[in-house]
Design a protein. Structure first.
Length: 495
């Protein structure tokens, strides 16, 4: 994987020239999402950090600037190769291949080297170290590279030229003016530069079969007492109330974090993101941890869940073995082969505690997912940005939404599309939430803390019954405090 000539070794079975690709099967995604083929995150090593600061390559390897025109506002060299590496996840790769074909049509003399892999870091880390990264990367999945490290080591190109370029559809409108609220801000790690373009727009929450809920003669529960009632009914019919990705319990925050925000207010989530002392000891956190722990105590979690990965838990859920699962909107595409036709997939904002919650029922987590980056030392950074400009067009957005059942960062792109049940439910959930959309940044800002420590060592242990809520909170607060004191880690704060 260390070779800088990736023609035959870096992406076995996945490397193609886009012109020769056909339709592709759907693979796996992450949060992001984020958004993933999820195993324990591979944390960037010190050798990576050091090498990032002194990697090889240089401006002499850069493609010459092309001619700036109305159709080529980023002055792409129309004969230079553009290399694009996509995370091969739940969104598949066909949407990206389709966008690459548009690039090749617009620049017929340019060759595009396109590859899809689930091993982003182990495949690309050596190339960053050597100063020879690709021109565009979908930096997602279990091996997502730490964006804070990359930006602080000046390994990322500022995407402001892309955002200020004319949009693909309307030359009188900048790209930034076509994006959903919050997308630009999410890409800003510190100050004005925009380092990341989150392409997907993910709705996180509690996913379920409306058919299964109807069979219990129940509505989606808005308070925790109602949740326990629904779970008890399900249990009596041989169905668990909940399951989740037990091997990767950082899926639990997809519903737990917005619940904390609902119960205690957005300021509680901000304090957690800001690594403030005792942020995890807020009463809202304790109330929500106690509620989730009660699912374990009462036997409402599918037996064996701690040993299930994301695919296994989703499959069991799709088979009707469990009613609820915390997840992101990629689940509809990722589980398409196991979800029955009459499943009637739906998503809801998390259940709260009771009427004393600070925010109303419907408060949900939705944000950009699938983070795309343009490496600063790529040979054709203008080409990488142009590929993103194409992807942020209405046509490419509609193509993505229709094929993978998820929204994009483009603010629109659903007109004329027959929405699938999950996507339709997600749009309805956003409408219900209105202004009550939260966006915790822990999974973007502190990947190791979020996945390995809060997720696996904290929530995973608690939901397996090996820690009490009080013990889990104490452990997680210690992890957060250690991260706050670690001078080798770049720190962020909500503005």
């Amino acid at each position: 994987m260390g070779s800088t000539s990736a023609e035959n070794t870096e992406y076995p079975e996945n490397t193609t020239n886009a012109a020769n690709t056909g339709s592709a099967g759907v693979g796996r995604r992450d949060l992001i999402k984020r958004s993933a083929a999820l195993g324990l995150i591979a944390v960037p090593t010190m050798s990576f950090l050091s090498a990032c600061a002194s990697g090889g390559g240089g401006d002499e390897d850069k493609a010459e600037t092309g001619k700036k025109t109305a159709k080529n506002p980023l002055a792409v060299n129309d004969t230079a190769q553009m290399e694009f590496v996509l995370f091969d996840g739940g969104f598949g790769k066909e949407y990206a291949e389709d966008a690459v074909k548009i690039y090749e049509t617009n620049f017929p003399e340019a060759k595009v080297k396109f590859a899809a892999t689930q091993k982003i870091q182990s495949t690309l880390q050596p190339r960053f170290n050597q100063g020879t990264p690709p021109d565009l990367i979908d930096n997602s999945g279990a091996e997502q590279m730490d964006m804070g490290v990359l930006s602080s080591k000046k390994q990322l190109a500022d995407l402001t030229p892309l955002l200020d370029a004319p949009s693909y559809d309307d030359p009188n409108k900048k790209v930034r003016d076509t994006l959903r609220p919050g997308i630009v801000e999410m890409g800003q790690l510190d100050g004005d530069p925009v380092w990341i373009m989150y392409y997907a727009y993910t709705v996180y929450g509690v996913w379920y079969s409306q058919k299964a809920l109807d069979s219990l003669d129940e509505q989606y529960p808005e308070t925790w007492d109602q949740m326990l009632t629904v779970c008890e009914k399900a249990k009596k019919k041989g169905m668990a109330g909940w399951t989740y990705a037990g091997k990767y319990p950082y899926y639990l925050p997809f519903s737990l974090y917005p619940m904390i925000g609902k119960v205690g207010g957005v300021e509680v989530l901000d304090a957690i993101d800001n690594l403030e002392p005792n942020a995890w000891k807020h009463p809202a956190v304790k109330a929500c941890f106690d509620a989730y722990y009660e699912l374990y105590q009462k036997g409402y979690v599918l037996k064996g869940t701690p040993g299930l990965d994301h695919i296994q838990s989703q499959t069991a859920w799709a088979q009707g073995k469990a009613l609820f699962i915390p997840n992101g909107s990629w689940v509809e595409n990722e589980s398409a082969n196991v979800i029955p036709e009459d499943f009637n997939l739906a998503v809801s904002a998390p259940t709260g505690i009771d009427s004393s919650d600070k925010l109303p029922f419907g408060t949900i987590w939705a944000s950009g997912g699938e983070p795309f980056i343009v490496p600063a030392k790529g040979k054709n950074t203008a080409g990488g940005m142009e590929q993103l400009r194409i992807m942020l067009s209405e046509a490419s957005s509609k193509n993505f939404t229709s094929k993978v059942k998820s929204l994009t960062a483009y603010n629109g792109g659903t007109d004329g599309i027959t929405l699938t049940p999950g996507l339709k439910s997600g749009v309805a959930a956003l409408e219900k939430a209105g202004e009550n959309v939260v966006n915790p940044r822990m999974q973007d800002w502190y990947v190791q803390l979020q996945k390995e420590q809060i997720g696996v060592s904290g929530l995973g242990e608690m939901m397996a019954g090996r820690l009490t809520p009080a013990e889990a909170i104490k452990k997680i607060q210690a992890f957060a405090d250690a991260t706050a004191k670690d001078s080798s880690i770049k720190h962020y704060k909500h503005q």
